[in-house]
Design a protein around this ligand. Structure first.
Ligand SMILES: *Cc1c(COP(=O)(O)O)cnc(C)c1O
Length: 337
């Protein structure tokens, strides 16, 4: 095997096996390993026509001690079941989800990157409606798939401040819609804004609340947080996908003595934060250096010395250390494979 771990992109690399489980006649089949990268689907499957598709993303890390750790897989399992319910799909049992995560890592153990390069094994579970429907209604049959692929750090430049753009002429989701579920359709709906943002020189976009365009909502495919006066503040909104990274950062922030607030953040408040960032499994934290409001032209600047803020850096290191077994897992977040 010839993988240059240090220059691994955040992309797809073929591994040895994926797992598949099928829901039919009221039960899930035991997940079976497959060496094929392809699936066969009915041309009228609901996932193809009516968007019955949800997914998850989590990582396995090789520690300094050589052990492989999965970060909070039961939380992904719970969220996966919740997303399924939101799209009227058959939820995949949480225990079977965790077991499948462990198994897919074991089967592809030789692809778990070595400790120290910031690379990891990314695990992608997904659930799709497979039985045919022409009228709009939920499928009766479902397929659960889980594959693993080694990934490098999300940002090649490393832990460096990024540029974000506030968009007001696109919405990712609707106020009472599917924003709180990890559905592929939400991503399709965010592509136009995100690609334009990239073209205009930004790493990601910041979506505002859909109703009033007054509050900060999602930071593209990540949650948003701000830090000021020794307080970690993150938006609470029912159009946000509850990030497991954010939930973990809230706990770590409290652990290092910060206050934690989950509340609405007005766009105008952006100017008052000492540090801001985006968080999610892919990068853990992406420190934000600049936010430009595309419509008003207003610019918010942070990290003026070009480096991530002190508290963001501390939180990032704390979480990464837990994930790699470099410090005590005092909240019991890791599952050993
Ligand atoms: C997956 C996702 C996140 C991040 O969640 P994590 O559990 O931290 O990976 C944030 N926002 C959206 C829209 C997402 O899909």
């Amino acid at each position: 095997m010839d993988i240059n771990w240090k220059s691994l992109p955040f992309g797809y690399v073929k591994t040895d096996y994926n797992l598949r489980s099928y829901f039919k006649d009221g039960t899930w089949s035991a997940p079976e390993a497959s060496a094929s990268e392809e699936i066969t689907l009915h041309i009228a499957a609901t996932c193809l026509h009516y968007g019955q598709e949800i997914f998850e993303g989590l990582k396995a890390f090789r520690g300094k001690d050589g052990k492989i750790r999965l970060f909070r897989p039961e939380e992904n399992g719970k969220r996966f079941a919740n997303s399924a319910k939101g799209l009227l799909m058959q939820p995949f049992p949480i225990e079977l989800f965790v077991e499948s995560c462990k198994k897919v890592v074991k089967l592809n153990e030789r692809f778990v990157p070595p400790y120290g390069d910031g690379a990891s094994l990314y695990i992608r579970p997904l659930l799709v409606g497979t039985s045919p429907q022409v009228g709009v209604s939920p499928a009766r049959e479902y397929m659960f798939l889980i594959f693993a692929t080694p990934v490098g750090p999300y940002f090649k430049e490393g832990f460096k401040p990024i540029k974000m753009q506030i968009v007001r002429d696109f919405d990712r989701v609707a106020p009472l819609g599917t924003g709180k579920f990890k559905a592929g359709g939400n991503y399709a709906a965010s592509l136009q804004a995100t690609e334009r943002g990239h073209d205009e020189g930004f790493s990601s976009v910041l979506f505002l609340d859909v109703k009033e365009k007054r509050y900060v909502d999602e930071a593209g495919p990540a949650n948003f947080f701000g830090i000021k006066n020794n307080t970690y503040v993150t938006p609470s909104s029912n159009t946000i996908l509850d990030s497991i990274t954010n939930m973990s950062l809230c706990q770590l922030a409290a652990d290092i003595g910060l206050k934690v607030e989950r509340r609405a953040i007005e766009v105008d408040e952006l100017g008052t934060f000492e540090e801001v960032g985006a968080c999610g499994t892919a990068a853990v934290i992406s420190p934000i250096g600049t936010i430009v409001d595309r419509e008003t032209g207003k610019v918010y600047e942070y990290c003026k010395d070009g480096n991530a803020g002190k508290i963001s850096t501390q939180l990032y290191n704390y979480l990464r250390q837990i994930q790699e077994g470099g410090t005590e897992d005092k909240f019991g977040w890791n599952t050993l494979v």
